[in-house]
Design a protein around this ligand. Sequence first.
Ligand code: HEC
Length: 122
Amino acid sequence: MKHIALIGLIALLPAACGGGDAGPKLDPATVAAGKKLFVEKGCVLCHGEKGDGDTPTGKALTPPPRNYTDAKWQASVTDDHIKKVVKEGGAANGLSPTMAAYPDTTDQQLTELVAFIRSVKK
Ligand code: HEC
């Protein structure tokens, strides 16, 4: 019995360590839809196409938009937090009021925006 348990453990190890990146895989179609929304809703003006906030508007703001490519920032926020900030705006969540609220964003759109924001992580 002991042997069987050990073999089972060894067989599981590569699966647990594989992939390299933690977290669920992002669906490319959802990410693409999110990127489209990011442009259509004007998020790119401040947050930039790469999500790093490196835009003329972004750089003129105090505080500047967060750098979404930063793995530390990515790890510090939940998907729900991102959705909440987009829907309610910065001011309602203790962030800069220059981050506007987008209250008419649907749940599906929020999921797509989160997927895009997650995809820019370096
Ligand atoms: C007028 C400039 C501007 C626009 C347009 C804008 N943002 Fe922001 N956003 C900011 C600023 C400034 C902050 C606050 C600083 C920060 O934490 O990034 C912020 C914060 C955020 C945060 C929270 C970051 C955190 O650390 O909690 C998210 C998520 C976000 N924006 C997503 C979006 C999305 C999605 C859109 C489009 C629907 C958008 N923003 C449009 C300027 C903008």
